[in-house]
Design a protein around this ligand. Sequence first.
Ligand code: DAK
Length: 258
Amino acid sequence: MGYVKYEQKDLIGIVTIDREKALNALNDAVLADLEAVIDAIDTNKTRCVIITGAGQKSFVAGADIAAMSTMTKAQGWAFSKHGNDVFRKIEKFPIPIIAAVNGFALGGGCELSLSCDIRIASENALFAQPEAGLGITPGFGGTQRLARTIGAGKAKEMIYTCSKVKAEEALRIGLVNAVYPADQLMDECIKLAGKIARNAPIAVRQCKKAINMGLQMDIDSGVALEADLFSLCPGTKDQRNAMTAFCEKRKPDPFINE
Ligand code: DAK
């Protein structure tokens, strides 16, 4: 794909948004390529995905301002829907997705990271929702996912003021899980993805679904959902393998996604 590269490293898929000249800003073509790459991931042989940006400077510097500058209301709606559909696909992707935030994560870039399961940042990462300063609202889920991730008060402060949040502050407010020097970011993300990939894939998938769907429910519905998803695990070869190994005081065989 022109604007999005894919690399398979054993059980880990690495997606790189590659429009470095524009700091990986998102236009319709980039969004279409991102969707096509995500659609093509073989989830039978991949257990965790990492999304990052090309170059040393930027994860994604936002939606493409030049492309948006002359949009009509109808075009704006269509662009927002395009981005939202792709980001929702990422959010609902059956296996975990880590955002390796290697620089600017502004507007649509911050929103892309929020649609991932886990955000890990480099020390030079910078987050913001600058839309209100550009005469628009966040359009790829920022008003929704930022508030759900860091709480309404902090999200409102970021969105109303357009303030930039550095990596350390992002860690403090729970926007990212960890911060590493830029040259260690990908190795650390691969290590984290590897830890996820070593666990039983059917169980990990149900955990993702239970957390994401459960967050939208009352607690009674959430625990009922958890029971339903839990019940998909007993009897799988991976569950039998792991629990038999425990009982026999040995390590389980590698999981096989069955
Ligand atoms: N869009 C298009 N081009 C961008 C860009 C962006 N968001 N960010 C950077 N670029 C381009 C620059 O124009 C420049 O291109 P050339 O001039 O070389 O052709 C190139 O990338 C390098 O940028 P700079 O020369 O500016 O590099 P600096 O290091 O000096 O500055 C910067 C880096 C990230 C601080 C600066 O580029 C910047 O402020 N960029 C804009 C960041 C920003 O405001 N991002 C948020 C965009 S708003 C919606 C749908 C979606 C959204 C909202 C509503 N609906 C349809 C309702 C989402 C909105 C956004 O994401």
